[in-house]
Ligand binder design. Structure first.
Ligand code: PHE
Length: 452
């Protein structure tokens, strides 16, 4: 058993460091790559509204719960769940929640790394001026060539996985804490710049209308599930990433305030990405529902035609790479922390093993975009299957279980003591986590299953 004041893995140097790391985990491909393309696939406004409601009603209370539980347990999510269950005299099987989270993180990282690899490939394309004055068709061909080339994708995927493990190896306070400090604001500035460019395309209003004008006839049960799943995905919730980061949080730092900041920043980045991309889609008669290639087929058009686009293109993909990196390290941290705690191996060995296994699955994901693209289960290729299984099923179910544990199993006096928020705020949170969050997830699942 570890002592209660600090994790054996170390601790964040300050509240600010934790905010950076947690925001770094939340802001990533989910905001800039995934949010726009799933919004495009699901008809826009109504989907965005459901997503925003899920962030508010589920994301914020569950993030508070995860950080709080992590800090109380001070270990990897699996062992934290075990400790917390013992402490509250709950069923020890609650530690399986840690397991499912660890597996979800592993499965997500396998495809996350492949997509981050695309972003790295695009740094080079931007550098060599491949976007300059290109037509939409040329930009599409550029992306298709990458998709058709497994060797190139594996190369970048390998590099990204290597970078991830190199950072994870250095532990809690390694270089990333410092890097994220200026990368996050820089990404924000470039997004604003892209939004400004979007205003010049002539289709700005159309793009914004698409994003914010809800038409509920455009969404069905599956779209609602995708929106809810994305709220968990984008906030890194439901799988222990934020829990393990919480376990490195020094005592007496306000969890609630920090959560509002992280969720707010995450949402703003996603919306900015959407506002930058959809005007480009409409101005160039592209398909909003183009799928995972959407940002790679739209943003290069902006870089190819705007003043200073060469430099901004490089910068954007470099920043996207770092945003992905600060997320990917949190996907694998629960597994690494658990291996170190339970298997009596060094941190670098834990990194090597988990990274290698994840890399291998990622190679399968690369193939799902070319040589295995016809290999389908439930009408989904490997990439789509992993994404659906994790984002739409494992994360919401994990989040629901976390809410149930925090609301029903954990003694509320313990939660209150850990959270240190005024009585009224605590009561509001407790009500949300106890009744609202679990019920909402449950209802969405009933709806998808056709029961409701
Ligand atoms: N939140 C990250 C993103 O939006 C992805 C992620 C999911 C990270 C789950 C950690 C855990 O890109």
């Amino acid at each position: 058993m570890t002592d209660k004041t600090q994790s054996i893995h170390g601790q964040w140097s300050s509240r600010f460091a934790f905010i950076l790391a947690a925001t770094g985990s939340a802001v990533g491909l989910g905001n800039i790559w995934k949010f726009p393309y799933i919004t495009g696939e699901n008809g826009g406004g109504a989907f965005v509204l459901v997503y925003l409601m899920c962030v508010a009603a589920l994301g914020i209370p569950i993030m508070i719960a995860e950080i709080m539980m992590g800090r109380r347990g001070r270990q990897s999510p699996i062992n934290t769940m075990q400790t917390l269950a013992e402490e509250s005299k709950a069923d020890p099987r609650w530690h399986y929640l840690g397991w499912s989270g660890m597996i979800a993180g592993f499965l997500i990282l396998a495809y996350y790394s492949v997509i981050a690899g695309w972003a790295m490939a695009y740094i080079v394309k931007a550098f060599f001026g491949d976007f300059i004055n290109s037509s939409p068709e040329e930009i599409q061909r550029l992306f298709q060539n990458l998709m058709d080339n497994p060797v190139q994708q594996i190369f970048w995927h390998t590099l990204f996985m290597y970078a991830t493990m190199a950072f994870v190896m250095r532990g809690v306070q390694g270089g990333l804490e410092k890097a994220v400090r200026f990368l996050m604001p820089a990404l924000f500035v470039i997004l604003i710049l892209l939004v400004a460019y979007a205003m010049t395309t002539g289709a700005y209003e159309q793009g914004v209308t698409f994003l914010f004008n809800p038409d509920f006839s455009k969404i069905d049960g599956d779209a609602v599930l995708t929106a809810m799943g994305h709220a968990f995905f984008t906030l890194s919730l439901g799988m222990g990433a934020i829990m393990v980061y919480g376990s490195y949080l020094p005592a007496h730092i306000s969890i609630a305030k920090t959560t509002f900041f992280i969720a707010g920043a995450d949402t703003v980045v996603a919306l900015l990405a959407g506002i930058a991309i959809f005007p480009l889609v409409f101005a160039n008669q592209l398909e909003a529902s183009a799928g995972p290639g959407l940002i790679f087929q739209t943003l290069p058009l902006a870089f190819g035609h705007m003043a200073g686009g060469w430099l901004f293109g490089i910068l954007f993909f470099v920043l996207l790479f770092f945003a992905a990196l600060s997320s990917s390290i949190s996907l694998i941290e629960p597994a690494v922390a658990w291996l170190v705690e339970n298997k009596d191996i060094e941190r670098h060995q834990a990194c090597a093993w988990s990274g290698a296994a994840c890399w291998l699955l990622g190679v399968g994901v690369v193939f799902s975009f070319n040589i295995w693209s016809d290999l389908k289960l439930f009408d989904k290729n490997l990439f789509e299957l992993l994404d659906y299984l994790t984002a739409n099923l494992m994360l919401p179910l994990g989040g629901m279980a976390i809410a149930i544990f925090a609301g029903w199993m954990m003694k509320s006096s313990l939660a209150q003591q850990e959270l240190e928020i005024p009585e009224q705020g605590f009561q509001a949170w407790h009500f949300l986590i106890k009744y609202v969050s679990p019920t909402a997830v449950f209802l969405v699942f009933l709806h998808v299953l056709g029961v409701l």
